[in-house]
Design a protein around this ligand. Structure first.
Ligand SMILES: [Zn+2]
Length: 334
């Protein structure tokens, strides 16, 4: 009866609507929690790190389930996706999200009886419009049976600070020649990041690119340069003195190792499957384009080349053209 009277009051006053909302939240929240806890327990193999309490699971039928490392996302974040098949090994997986193909890889089995698992990294660009996007998956089992699966992933607005910086005037208002160079380099980087090398070159978790420096910041910051609005900061900055060695965060191929207008002496590593790491402002570069480098290989030394206010390492991560927070890449159990 109390419930009914609240509904009736809702029609007559705004204050009562708030009271109704509180009652409903109180009723539904414990139910929802119990449901999601049971669901993730029933799908979670004991050894598996991905299906943590905050993950979400979607049933695709035929004993196939889709696990997301988080049920929602924010601008500039990374999600790890995993398809698990308990009965039928999968032969082919194709997926799209935000009008882009999402490349999956077959995850090596930890034990013989582990379910067949395929994984993908989903990068959410730091300027992607915050709304809900559908992840659509279609594939075949090894016995050529079709399956499909879909999940809606909501993207929330990132909370990024704004900062004002003073840099050399030619980096805010370049002359026509400098502008042409910077634009040509921007197009070149776009083409690199749009290339999806079909082979996965990385093997395991990513590490910090500096030894003992883990306090990088500034990701996504909206910047005012000499009083003019600049593009958001697409990576993180690690403070370090000039000459500090910079190491490869994982195994990959050097696809660019040269001076660029804004980022100074720059190295880009292709880790395969659309995943790239970007290292900028080096004093000197120690690798050449084409080199295949292992995790921890020396790439160069910290410097202050390009558009900077002092020596530091700028480190960026691009997944399928989306600029994501590199600290999230390090945190994923790859
Ligand atoms: Zn930076």
């Amino acid at each position: 009866m109390r419930f009914l009277s609240l509904i009736w009051i809702r029609k007559s006053s705004h204050g009562a609507f708030v009271a109704l909302s509180v009652v409903l939240v109180g009723l539904t929240f414990p139910v929802a929690r119990t449901f999601s806890a049971q669901k993730s327990r029933s799908h979670r193999p004991a050894h598996h790190k991905l299906a943590a309490a905050t993950s979400s699971v979607h049933d695709c039928g035929q004993g196939i389930s889709l696990h997301l490392s988080a049920p929602e996302s924010t601008q500039g974040s990374l999600l790890l996706l995993e398809l698990q098949s308990s009965a039928k090994p999968l032969g082919e997986v194709k997926a799209t999200w935000d009008n882009k193909d999402v490349p999956f890889w077959k995850q090596p089995k930890l034990e013989e009886k582990s379910p067949d698992a395929w994984r993908a990294l989903l990068g959410v660009d730091l300027e992607l419009k915050p709304e809900a996007y559908t992840l659509a998956i279609a594939g075949k089992t090894q016995a050529a049976e079709d399956f499909t699966c879909a999940a809606t992933i909501a993207v929330k607005e990132g909370k990024f600070a704004t900062e004002s910086l003073k840099v050399a005037p030619n980096f805010v208002e370049p002359n026509p020649e400098q502008l042409a160079r910077a634009e040509a380099e921007r197009q070149r980087l776009r083409a690199i990041f749009a290339t999806i090398t079909p082979e996965r070159l990385w093997d395991g978790q990513f590490r910090y690119p500096l030894a003992g420096v883990t306090t990088g910041g500034n990701f996504g910051k909206r910047r005012i340069l000499n009083g003019k609005a600049g593009s958001p900061h697409g990576g993180i900055d690690f403070p370090a003195p000039s000459g500090t060695p910079v190491y490869a965060a994982q195994r990959g191929r050097v696809v660019l190792a040269e001076p660029l207008y804004f980022s100074g002496n720059t190295v880009v590593l292709d880790h395969g499957l659309g995943l790239y790491t970007f290292y900028a402002h080096f004093e000197s570069i120690a690798v050449q384009a084409g080199d295949l480098v292992d995790t921890g290989a020396l790439l160069g030394k910290v410097g202050a080349t390009g558009r900077v206010t002092g020596p530091h390492l700028h480190w960026g991560v691009t997944v399928n053209r989306a600029r994501a927070n590199p600290l999230q890449l390090i945190a994923l159990p790859l």
